[in-house]
Design a protein around this ligand. Structure first.
Ligand SMILES: [Zn+2]
Ligand SMILES: [Zn+2]
Length: 124
């Protein structure tokens, strides 16, 4: 997913916005057409757009987050980004085995609050 997508996503459970993005890996897939600005929240520059200096969000369209994590600061839910795709499912449709494998794989880069008490589950 592009950084730009964070500007369009809310937590599917509690609707909080914006979600926090942690990037574990990214790829440069620059396509110079189609570059605009994030509208409300910019994940690359990590701020509300109204508080940021005037900028075109080139990076937000340029970089594809290939592996990463989206975290809801309100309900402490987390959503994996695996092979470019953010997987944002309700709790009862989540694939627990895949999720736990994801947490173990990236545990050195996942906030301890998620590992310990993330929703719907952490590693402990
Ligand atoms: Zn942006
Ligand atoms: Zn939430």
């Amino acid at each position: 997913m592009k950084y730009r997508l964070v500007d369009l996503l809310a937590c599917p459970i509690c609707k909080d916005f914006p979600l926090m993005l942690k990037v574990f890996s990214q790829e440069d897939r620059y396509s110079p057409s189609n570059v605009r600005r994030c509208e409300l929240y910019c994940a690359y520059h990590q701020g509300m757009v109204q508080d940021l200096p005037e900028t075109r969000c080139i990076e937000c369209y340029r970089f594809e987050v290939t592996n990463g994590l989206l975290v809801c600061n309100k309900c402490n839910r987390w959503y994996p980004i695996i092979d470019d795709i953010p997987i944002m499912l309700p709790d009862d449709l989540r694939n627990r085995n895949r999720d736990l494998e994801f947490l173990r794989r990236w545990k050195d880069r996942i906030p301890s609050a998620i590992l310990e008490s993330g929703k719907p589950y952490g590693l402990s």
